[in-house]
Design a protein around this ligand. Structure first.
Ligand code: ATP
Length: 301
């Protein structure tokens, strides 16, 4: 007899938005987006084991991550069992490598990883379409964390279509000491942009540059509509942004709703020397390759 799987670990990547076009709020309060997502090589690992009740823990304590039913990983687990109408629960353990409240969708990555890990643990055989639909109920960025690579996101970001990307790049990821609340950034965006369109335009030039592998052009086409709002809420970002632009005039970007900043390089040695220089100035930074795969199983035991 084959022993049932007792433990599954799924690794899920951080995301950045090469283009984040934001429209005015819809009647349901959500913002319509036209975004180009890219999965980058910073990861959370989520391990699940069967248990009598739901619980969640971290391999190392991190401020700001709830350890109760508010954790999006537990919400993901409950949504999956509700979808299948089964009475199961799990212990979820998260090893966080994605900055918390950094605009890199770490919580969404954990939700996607939990869906996939529990599906495999219990052999639920959830179809890809159903996994994506459950993911969309948990958060706008969760479906993309399942898909990975580079993709166009529409709707409120939950409608994800993979796009061809012939680039292979290195992002210098500059971390802030304090997080930034995504809802606060969107609220301030609404104040600054009362005339935002109902349907933000699809960034065709960027999509073509990615397909053609023109990294330099991609660098010149990076857009984030939330940037003015994030700058207002966090004036300390302006100085860091200026420092980055002196190193790389094109290719500097705010990650999602911030406060993480990104700098694009197509050469890993250049990325490494930028990191050395920025660290000497006291900035906290690391390197992440892009694009990388979406949530995937790394251990069955
Ligand atoms: P996004 O870009 O999707 O807004 P973010 O990367 O800025 O996300 P997260 O790290 O995902 O921010 O955290 C956002 C909020 O979600 C935090 O305030 C945190 O309290 C809550 N949260 C719930 N579950 C988790 C989780 N598993 N990991 C991190 N944060 C979580």
């Amino acid at each position: 007899m084959v022993e049932p799987t007792a433990r599954v670990t799924v690794r899920a990547p951080a995301k950045i938005n090469l283009h984040l076009g934001v429209g005015g709020p819809r009647p349901d309060g959500m913002h319509p987006l036209a975004t180009v997502y890219q999965a980058v090589g910073l990861y959370d690992d989520v391990t699940v084991t069967d248990a009598a009740d739901w619980s969640v823990g971290l391999t190392a304590p991190i401020d700001g991550v709830p350890l109760d039913d508010d954790n999006i990983a537990v919400r993901a687990g409950r949504a999956l069992v509700a979808h299948h109408g089964v009475d199961l629960a799990a212990r979820i353990t998260i090893a966080k490598g994605i900055p918390v409240m950094g605009g890199m969708a770490g919580g969404s990555a954990d939700a996607a990883a939990t869906l996939l890990a529990l599906d495999r643990l219990w052999d639920l055989q959830t179809s890809d379409d159903d996994l994506l639909a459950i993911a969309a109920t948990l958060g706008s960025d969760v479906p993309f964390a399942l898909v990975g690579g580079t993709a166009l996101g529409t709707g409120r970001g939950e409608v994800v279509s993979p796009i061809p990307d012939s680039t292979s790049v290195w992002w210098v990821v500059v971390l802030a000491d304090e997080g930034l609340s995504t809802p606060a950034v969107y609220r301030h965006f609404d104040e600054l942009s009362p005339d935002a369109p109902a349907e933000p335009p699809i960034p065709r030039a960027l999509i073509d540059a990615l397909a053609d592998g023109y990294t330099e052009e991609v660098g010149a086409l990076l857009v984030n509509d939330l940037w003015p709002a994030a700058r207002d809420l966090r004036p300390d970002l302006v100085d860091v942004e200026e420092q980055l632009r002196l190193l790389t005039p094109d290719g500097v970007l705010l990650s999602g709703s911030g406060p993480t900043l990104l700098m694009l390089h197509d050469d890993v040695e250049e990325a490494r020397s930028a990191v050395t220089e920025l660290r000497e100035r006291g900035l906290r930074c690391t390197i992440a390759p892009g694009p990388v795969a979406g949530a995937h199983v790394v251990t069955y035991a």
